[in-house]
Design a protein around this ligand. Structure first.
Ligand code: BDR
Ligand code: CA
Length: 310
């Protein structure tokens, strides 16, 4: 039976690719809804982009809910402000009628979890504000969560500051709420996602599929890739968020280790930094499963298989 999942995201070029991946395997993932949050771009755009992605992939029946428009305690910082162009203009989509959902993402999360007859998996691809607010408002949702798989944090270097990864830096206080909630948590950090590089050869394989979704993927990754290549000197874009979905679909492509993870909340210099106790050198018990390695080739084969399904 397909695993029920809610995807919380901030599309976002790599978020879009993650959704393409998630929707391609309905026998494995039953996407109950998409909740969006401010992150890569402001909230109004993340919810609009999520609806466009649903339309493009024929998933118009998947409900989309717009959630929190800023972080718990900090002013909003979007990737667009920091990086400039996000690559979203590259999506070649017909115009859509944008209907604003009246229900907010947080009550949707709470009600969907509490009313479910089986535990639900959450895939979080953006700042953790929506989940943190839901946990604060209704802590009993924790027992209805099968697993939370988070794209966020870094064991080594950050990407928005030298020490912090974007999603956790944007809302470190929300990350703290989630990390300390006692949830079955899996963390996919930059150390893993920086291995999922859309190299020219891999881009060629995606281009060769030549359907409406693969063409959209190429359009998205072109501009997004330019930024990564310039900054990191890599051969292509990092596919951060799709790693979370790939982990749900093919956990055997990854290895994990139980660990204790905490997020820095006070130091300005290292705000949002994840401190990962790899050697169990602190007295804290493990609060997360850290994804340690990825089979990058297997990951891209899965992505090509997914895009070919459209
Ligand atoms: C994360 O930040 C965002 O820009 C990406 O969508 C991804 O979720 C990587 O640090
Ligand atoms: Ca994201």
């Amino acid at each position: 039976m397909a695993r029920p999942v809610i995807i919380d995201c901030d599309p976002g070029a790599d978020d879009a690719i993650a959704l393409f991946l998630a929707f391609a395997f309905p026998d494995q993932l039953n996407v109950l809804g998409i909740t969006t949050v401010a992150g890569n771009v402001p909230l109004a755009l993340t919810q609009t982009n999520a609806r466009k992605i649903c339309e493009l992939t024929g998933q118009q029946t998947v409900p989309v809910f717009a959630g929190c428009s800023r972080s718990l305690l900090r002013p909003l910082i979007t990737a667009e402000e920091v990086h400039g162009k996000t690559g979203l203009d590259g999506i070649d989509l017909p115009s859509l009628i944008m209907l604003l959902q009246t229900e907010h993402a947080v009550p949707f999360l709470i009600q969907r979890l509490l009313s479910s007859s089986e535990p639900i998996t959450l895939a979080t691809l953006g700042p953790l504000t929506n989940l943190a607010v839901a946990l604060i408002q209704q802590p009993t949702i924790a027992r209805q969560i099968q697993e939370v798989v988070v794209m966020g944090g870094a064991v080594t270097q950050g990407n928005i500051t030298p020490s912090a990864e974007f999603n956790l830096y944007v809302d470190p206080h929300a990350a703290h709420v989630v990390l300390s909630a006692g949830l079955p948590l899996t963390l996919v950090t930059l150390d893993v996602t920086h291995q999922a590089i859309a190299t020219p050869e891999r881009m060629q394989a995606i281009a060769a599929i030549n359907n409406i979704v693969s063409r959209a993927a190429i359009g998205l990754l072109k501009h997004y890739g330019e930024y990564d290549m310039k900054r990191y000197g890599t051969a292509g874009a990092f596919l951060h968020d799709p790693c979370v979905i790939a982990y749900l679909l093919r956990p055997e492509l990854f290895t994990t280790q139980s660990t204790y993870v905490e997020v820095e909340l006070t130091s300005e210099l290292t705000l949002g930094r994840t401190v990962v106790d790899l050697w169990q050198s602190t007295p804290h018990p493990s609060n997360a499963k850290l994804v340690v390695t990825i089979d990058a080739e297997g990951f891209f084969q899965l992505l090509v298989q997914a895009l070919s399904a459209y």
